[in-house]
Design a protein around this ligand. Structure first.
Ligand code: GUN
Length: 283
């Protein structure tokens, strides 16, 4: 067991630095008479989605973007949504489009995301952008995993030659996360819900990224001494408190560095969305 307490990797601090860098570039663009437009599309009134969407809109406005939110009713047809996406694709004042997920059950998520102009896909979920990322030449990269890479860089965590274990294989986090770590010369293992003996994989991990959505699933006793632990999970417990996918208390006794929840990876997602919107407007 580690004698020292781990370095706490603060997404709040790194998000602030990321936003400051972005702000400088945004102001230079605005000073040249350019405008930067972001449209967030929310379907239905899911409370959690509303919180995220409002935060994204507020942050974009604060940076000087022209930020709009298109709110459509829960029962809007997929065809009507696709028509709205076509209109946003054709609108030269909109540089970034984000469709807040999850979509209502009657919609086919892939068909909806496929309709986005890849150049405006600030989430990096379009197959063109996923394909570019898988070849190591992505420009619009999913915000959460890209934000994790920014954090690792900020804290100067060495990646080359390290063994990274990513737990979770979603298109939003796990898969792009694994690709980014591999591009940074990690040896990467992807674990998921069908992985047998997760603990044996974690025991070999220099870097662990947890993105499974199960509260406190990963125990400190499973980790290698000195591991760097990145917790992407945001789970609400019955008592209303928020926790990650990692049991922070036990993991802190073993890790050399760890992200807290909240205040860890969370703030990086919106900061990176702002960065992606700027890149889309610059392209
Ligand atoms: N829902 C949860 N996370 C995300 C995200 O990163 N992007 C979008 N569009 N929806 C989400």
């Amino acid at each position: 067991m580690s004698e020292q307490s781990p370095l706490i990797l603060s997404g709040k601090t790194v998000a602030k630095a990321t936003l400051m860098r972005t702000r400088q570039e945004v102001q230079a663009m605005l000073a040249q008479g350019h405008e930067i437009g972001l449209c967030v599309v929310q379907i239905g009134r899911c409370a959690a989605s509303s919180i995220y969407v409002n935060r994204k809109e507020a942050r974009a406005k604060k940076l000087g973007f022209i930020s709009t939110t298109l709110r459509l009713p829960e029962d809007v047809s997929e065809e009507a949504l696709l028509e709205q996406i076509d209109a946003l694709n054709a609108n030269d004042g909109v540089h970034g489009i984000l469709i807040q997920l999850p979509l209502p059950k009657h919609m086919n998520e892939q068909r909806v995301l496929d309709r986005l102009d890849p150049k405006k896909d600030v989430d990096g979920f379009h197959p063109i952008n996923s394909g570019l990322l898988s070849q190591g030449r992505g420009t619009l990269i999913p915000c959460t995993p890209k934000g994790v890479m920014t954090m690792l860089e900020h804290y100067e965590i060495a990646l080359s030659g390290k063994h990274a274990v990513v737990v979770g294989r979603s298109n939003i986090v796990g898969r792009p996360m694994a690709q980014l770590l591999e591009k940074s010369n990690c040896t990467v293992t992807i674990c998921h819900s069908r992985t047998t003996n997760l603990e044996a994989h974690l025991a070999m991990a220099d870097i662990v990224v947890a993105a499974v959505g199960i509260p406190k699933m990963i125990q400190g006793e499973w980790l290698k001494e000195g591991a760097v632990v990145i917790d992407v999970g945001i789970n609400r417990l019955e008592d209303g408190t928020i926790c990650g996918d990692v049991d922070f208390e036990s993991a802190s006794k073993v890790a050399s560095a760890i992200t807290p929840v909240p205040g860890g990876v969370g703030p990086m997602t919106i900061a990176t969305l702002m960065e992606n919107t700027l890149r889309a407007a610059q392209a």
